[in-house]
Design a protein around this ligand. Structure first.
Ligand SMILES: NC(=O)c1ccc[n+]([C@@H]2O[C@H](COP(=O)([O-])OP(=O)(O)OC[C@H]3O[C@@H](n4cnc5c(N)ncnc54)[C@H](OP(=O)(O)O)[C@@H]3O)[C@@H](O)[C@H]2O)c1
Length: 231
């Protein structure tokens, strides 16, 4: 991408989303920092905007406000750690409503905007668990796997229209989502954000941000992905 970037980052009030928004700001982009509660956005220079990715009315309102977007960063996510066979069905639905339907709803509103603005890019924040399907996070893994398939389908459809679609895969980052995992097993989300934006701008289809995601990707053809995961 050589044009001036106007980005919208979902879940930009904390965690990786905040780092992605900060990284884009540091590169001179105009950034809409989308959050369920925009009053919690504390990034100087960013434009807070209300957005609950599971609420179609909220997504439509955000799209009506941010009509100059050329880059969409689908970052917002949840982790209930629900097991598929024994976990609460509401948690399992929440994972799919958020990672799959929420990301899809936001994309369906913002892709036409990016198109109208001459093309651009979409980044979907996935996970190593899109590939390694551990039973203790079955709901999350299934939802991220669905989002992975969606990402590939979107890339194939939108590439010819000048909209590049990339997937970010990462193991564990030091954010609220995985506070239960020891610090030495987690990567700094700022490092992930820098790699993600560089990869997106360079036109990479897949950004593998840490050793774990690289190991699991390499193990895909052996069907031994789960052995690389400790949790
Ligand atoms: N942390 C990891 O180890 C890890 C690893 C691989 C991938 N990921 C992925 O990275 C992304 C960011 O996660 P994180 O680690 O930064 O988690 P986090 O610190 O828990 O932040 C999650 C963010 O998503 C937002 N969010 C959740 N549901 C939303 C909804 N329905 N609408 C709008 N925003 C919503 C949250 O907003 P509120 O403040 O309103 O709750 C928050 O801003 C997620 O897609 C996650 O699955 C994380």
């Amino acid at each position: 991408m050589t044009q001036q970037i106007t980005a919208l980052v979902t879940g930009a009030n904390r965690g990786l989303g905040r780092h992605l928004a900060a990284e884009l700001l540091s590169r001179g982009a105009k950034v809409y920092a989308a959050a369920r509660r925009p009053e919690t956005v504390d990034l100087p220079g960013a434009i807070p905007i209300q957005l609950d990715i599971t609420d179609p009315d909220s997504v439509r309102r955000a799209a009506a406000t941010a009509g100059d977007v050329t880059m969409l960063v689908n970052n917002a996510g949840v982790s209930t750690r629900a097991a598929l066979l024994t976990g609460p069905i509401d948690d399992i639905r929440l994972e799919m409503e958020t990672h799959y339907f929420g990301t899809l709803t936001v994309s369906r509103e913002f892709v036409p905007i990016i198109d109208k603005n001459g093309g651009g890019a979409v980044l979907n924040v996935l996970s190593v668990l899109a590939w390694a399907h551990v039973p203790t996070s079955g709901a999350y893994a299934a939802a991220k796997a669905a989002a992975w398939a969606m990402t590939d389908a979107m890339r194939t459809e939108l590439g010819p229209r000048g909209i590049h679609v990339a997937a970010l895969h990462v193991g564990y980052m030091d954010t609220d989502m995985v506070s239960y995992i020891p610090a030495e097993q987690k990567i700094d989300p700022a490092l992930v954000a820098a790699q993600a934006i560089t990869g997106l701008i360079n036109g990479d289809a897949e950004i593998l941000a840490d050793d774990l995601s690289r190991q699991v990707k390499a193990a895909l053809s052996t069907a031994n992905t789960v052995t690389a995961i400790r949790h």
